[in-house]
Ligand binder design. Structure first.
Ligand code: AMP
Length: 214
């Protein structure tokens, strides 16, 4: 089963991909997490993309295609995977189809939410240093203060690109490049749109219902 999550930054893709990945026992391929790890390890790729990411611009398609085409060949992806943050452009979507052939995407989940809510959400966001689980100090704090619900780690970080200025740039990139994927996948008949302003549990239920009944 191959599932793609498409939506603006701060729409809850990361939170939902972690939950769905656990439920379906499929690996989650989150391009932002993969790229941030490259940056923290100071690999040649990481050094190359660091400025672009911190400025809220998309990284070059050729680089991201390479990262994903290597990752989907791993044995843990044989039964399927969840893509969070890829594709983000039509040309990436076309490349993905070639990469996974003869397999096909089963479902694309499109997250709908307005820009104003996103900017507010991003202001309270933080993540677990160990497993990248996402939290929000206003409405999705860890159940035990300062302890990750997912892995028990007590270390958290705030993303450098989660400032309101960079967030506006990321939204600009989203509207320009990523939003057209909604009509692309609608035409293919794989898209299901969800209202991502709802609460986390309801969204997870809606996504699972749609994924498991196609
Ligand atoms: P995310 O964690 O998904 O919000 O991604 C963080 C940043 O990584 C984005 O703002 C981009 O700079 C970069 N990025 C992640 N996925 C892609 C992609 N598919 N294409 C281009 N840039 C990407």
């Amino acid at each position: 089963m191959i599932i793609v999550l498409v939506g603006p930054p701060g729409s809850g893709k990361g939170t939902q991909s972690t939950l769905i990945s656990k439920e379906l026992k499929l690996p989650c391929l989150a391009t932002g997490d993969i790229l941030r790890e490259e940056i923290s390890k100071k690999t040649p790729l990481g050094l190359n993309i660091e400025d672009r990411i911190n400025e809220g611009r998309l990284v070059e398609t050729s680089l991201i295609n390479q990262v994903i085409s290597n990752r989907v060949k791993d044995t843990d992806c044989e039964k399927g995977f969840i893509l969070d943050g890829y594709p983000r452009k039509i040309d990436q979507a076309i490349e993905l189809e070639k990469m996974i052939a003869p397999r096909k995407i089963d479902k694309v989940v499109g997250f709908l939410i307005d820009d104003e809510t996103i900017i507010k959400r991003i202001a309270g966001r933080f993540s677990c240093t160990k497993c990248n689980a996402n939290y929000n100090k206003y409405y999705n704090a860890p159940k035990i203060e300062n302890v990750c619900d997912n892995c028990g780690s007590e270390e958290f970080y705030t993303r450098k690109d989660d400032t309101s200025e960079v967030c506006k740039k990321r939204l600009e990139e989203y509207h320009l490049w990523t939003e057209p994927l909604f009509s692309y996948y609608e035409k293919q008949g794989t898209l299901v749109k969800i209202d991502s302003s709802k609460n986390i549990e309801d969204i997870t239920k809606t996504i699972l219902k749609n994924i498991l009944t196609f």
